[in-house]
Design a protein around this ligand. Structure first.
Ligand code: NAD
Length: 479
């Protein structure tokens, strides 16, 4: 195994980062680019021994980091953000090669946001406070105490963005971290370890382990020294992690899948509704928040569909490194097979293909819209995680809400309507962690983010993140 690989001119260490040093494993696994099926390199394949070593390093580093002043922790987080900003181009090109998402979006959107994630939680930490209050002359003082080592497990669809939504608040809170990125996109987590070390983060405060979830996951999530587990990924994996965490009653934060609706009312600005609809193909449909179920008022359904087909037809699918590309490849041949399986079963079940419905050369799936789908069918109920959308119609508001809420998920919902009273009325009835009205994907880190039902447990963002990553303490002092 070579310790370093070069991806588009950027050197990336393929080993774990444990206790402030690089650690190899006896075995490796190949990291394959979805752009052209090229093996980018062999990555250290961690198992229980590496999990044990990383948790031990996080445990040893914890007292020192927890005792570090808020101001110093914030200073180091800002230094990490500076390091990210200096390496935006490197991070962007490596992430694109690794997971196939658009280079232009990594460059201009994602990586600047990664830096912002560190700055935001550094600043929030400094303002984190609760006013003291009195009870019969006694003073109550609330504090956010660091909790201990945290295990953070993340998926491949937005690797560094999702990892830093967890790493930044955990470090700010005074916790130490073992980060396990997804095996399909392991590289930028390794670069983050370099950046954090250069920024002066003490050894053992951030550890990165690589490997297959099934091989290293249980050892991390059942470890008695781990005080928090934060996971973003699929529902089946979350259930497994919850069972593993139950051994020690380790608190969990779960950000899971979705089958979110886009509700289009007849009073909506249809051009805006179509813009929002076409956006759902972003990242080749590999977005947890994607509004994959279009629910359109029947009086405008035909016109909406006509305009949607026209606009979707102009999307450029191709190499994600190309500025002109709108949709890149899907992550893995296995994922492509899964996507096609969903579509073919839906068609066999009576769905009508409006556009797409098939694979394309390379690792691409044609942007697809299916209609004539039954509410209880697999294609309406299950997350596809590819560029596959469905369209159903509704007669009135009551039916719209009923269809919108009728899945086991509750991550997000998007509304297109010109009537603000309707927006308020409908929003109040929707089961969703986030509702967007006449917009999509606007996320402020101050806001709570998470899912209801099987879309998740808990909320991230602002003080909610600190509530999760800290042991809250109330100190009552006599007069
Ligand atoms: P996944 O559940 O297969 O894998 C996610 C991570 O879990 C990977 O790092 C994987 O190695 C690890 N893992 C697998 N088995 C494990 C085990 N037994 N113990 C510990 N870790 C284990 O999910 P995925 O396919 O990588 O990601 C796609 C899913 O993530 C979709 O369902 C999507 O909706 C969801 N997602 C949710 C959000 C959100 O914020 N709600 C954001 C992005 C993605």
């Amino acid at each position: 195994m070579t310790d370093k690989i070069v991806v588009a001119g950027v050197s990336v260490d393929t080993r774990h980062w444990i206790g402030g040093r690089r650690v190899s494993s006896a075995e490796t696994f190949p990291d394959v680019s979805p752009i052209d099926g090229r093996t980018l390199g062999e990555i250290a394949r961690g198992g229980p021994a590496e999990a044990e070593a990383a948790v031990a390093a996080a445990r040893e580093a914890f007292p020192g980091w927890a005792a570090t002043s808020r101001a110093e922790r914030a200073r180091i987080l800002h230094a990490i953000a500076d390091g990210v900003e200096k390496r935006i181009e490197d991070l962007a090109i490596v992430e694109t090669n690794d997971n196939g998402a658009l280079l232009r979006s990594h460059r201009r959107g994602v990586m600047p946001r990664v830096a912002h994630n560190f700055r935001f939680f550094a600043d929030w930490l400094l303002s984190l406070d609760h006013e003291d209050f009195e009870t019969r002359g006694h003073t109550n003082h609330v504090s956010w105490d660091p909790a201990g080592p945290c295990v953070l497990i993340t998926p491949w669809n937005a690797p560094l963005m999702l990892a830093t939504w967890k790493v930044a608040p955990a470090l700010a809170a005074g916790d130490t971290v073992v980060l396990k990125p997804a095996e399909w996109s392991p590289l930028t987590a390794s670069l983050l370890a370099d950046i954090a070390a250069e920024a002066g983060l003490p050894a053992g405060v951030l550890n990165v382990v690589q490997g297959y979830g099934a091989e290293i996951g249980d050892a991390l999530t059942s470890h008695p020294d781990v005080r928090r587990i934060s996971f973003t990924g699929s529902v089946p994996t979350a259930k497994r992690i919850a069972r593993s965490a139950a051994a020690n009653l380790t608190p969990l934060s779960l950000e899971l899948g979705g089958k979110s609706p886009l509700l289009v009312f007849a009073d909506a600005d249809l051009d805006l509704a179509v813009d929002l609809a076409v956006e759902q193909y972003d990242n080749a449909g590999q977005v947890c928040l994607a509004a994959t179920r279009f629910l359109v008022e029947e009086t405008v359904a035909e016109e909406f569909t006509r305009r949607f087909v026209e606009k979707a037809g102009r999307l450029v699918q191709g190499d994600p490194r190309d500025e002109a590309t709108d949709i890149g490849p899907n992550i893995h041949p296995r994922q492509l097979e899964k996507i096609d399986g969903f579509v073919q079963r839906a068609v066999a079940d009576g769905a009508r293909v409006v556009i797409g419905g098939h694979r394309k050369d390379g690792q691409f799936y044609a942007p697809t819209l299916l209609t004539d789908v039954a509410q209880d069918s697999e294609i309406v109920q299950e997350e596809v995680f590819g560029p596959v959308l469905t369209l159903q119609t509704f007669a009135d508001e009551e039916e719209a809400v009923r269809l919108a809420n009728d899945t086991r998920f509750g991550l997000a919902a998007t509304l297109a309507t010109g009537d603000s009273e309707r927006a308020e009325r409908v929003t109040a009835q929707l089961v969703a962690g986030t509702v967007w009205v006449n917009c999509f994907f606007v996320r402020d880190l101050q806001a709570p983010f998470g899912g209801s039902r099987q879309s998740g447990v808990g909320r991230e963002g602002g003080t909610w993140s600190f509530d999760f990553y800290c042991d809250l303490k109330n100190t009552v002092t006599a007069p």
